[in-house]
Design a protein around this ligand. Sequence first.
Ligand SMILES: [Zn+2]
Length: 311
Amino acid sequence: MLERIIGRYTGQEKGPLLICLGGMHGNEPAGVEAIEIMLKLLEVEPLTNTHFRFKGRLVGIRGNLQALEAGSRYIEGDLNRKLTPENVARVFAANVNDLTAEDLEIFELLSAVNKEVEDYKPERLIFLDIHTTTAFGGIFSIATDEPESIHLAVELHAPVITGMLKGIRGTTLHWFNDKNFKPKTTTVVFEAGQHTETLSVNRAIAAITNLLRTIGCVRAQDVENRHDKLLIEYSKGLPKVANLISTHRINPGDDFQMEPEFKNFQEVKQGELLAMDKQGAIHAPEDGLILMPLYQKQGEDGFFLIRPVQY
Ligand SMILES: [Zn+2]
C-alpha cells in the first residue's frame, strides 16, 4: 500500500510551506520519484555542506494513490479535472462509503493538504504539481494568470504556458489558491518531459530545487547551477512564455486518434491535419505550437495550441 504522504523536511527557521504533488495522474510516477530523491538529498545535505540552511517546510504528497498503484492515468475519471468547487463540496458532504475511486482521492488528498497547512501554519503556501506528458520534446511549466504564479514559473527556467485555466476546469491550478486557503497561496505546474524518460526525474528535481531557491527556502549559494543548466539547455529555442489559444476536447466515444509523431512545441499551420475521430479529420484551427498531443487512451484533451507572447 502506498502512503499519501511521501515525506516532510522541516528547516531550522520558519518560512514558506512548499507542497509538492506527484502522481496526480497514476501513469506519471516521475514526480513522486523526484520528490522522494529530493527529500533524501535534503536529509544528507548538511553532512557535506555544514553551512546549509533551510527556511520553511517541504512536504511531498501523492496525488492519485489508486491510479499510481494501477499505473494508469485514473481509475474512473481524471482527478486533475475534478477539483471544481461543486465537486469538492459534494464529495465532502457525502458518506465516505459512497465515494467512487476519484471521489475518495479528492477527499483524502484535500484532507491531507489541509492537515499539513493547519499543522505548519505558514504565512506563505506554495504548491508545485509535477506531471509528465505522453509526447516527447520540451519541458514546460503552467502558471495561473496571477503575476506571482507566472514569476515562480519563469524562475523554474522552462517555458511558461499561461491561459490554461480557461481551457480546462478542476485542476490543481484552479483549486490551490487564495480562495480555498488562508495563507497567501500560489500554484505552479511543472511538466518534466515524457512519462518514461529517466531524465524527467532529474528535470523535476531541478525544478523543485529552483523553486526552493526562488521562494527563499534555500540560499542561492547552496544551490548547484547544474539544476539551472539542465532546464535552460532543455528549453533552448523554446518560447519563454506562451499563451493558450485553443483546446481540443475529447468526448466519450469520439475515437480520438492523434496523427503520429507530433512533439510538444512543434509548429503547426492552420488547416494542418492533426488528428482523426469518428466525425473525420481534425485540422489545426489556426497557426500555433502544439502542446500535449495525446498518445494514450485515457485523457479528455486531445491537444492544445499555444502562441508565444512577449515577457
Ligand atoms: Zn499529468
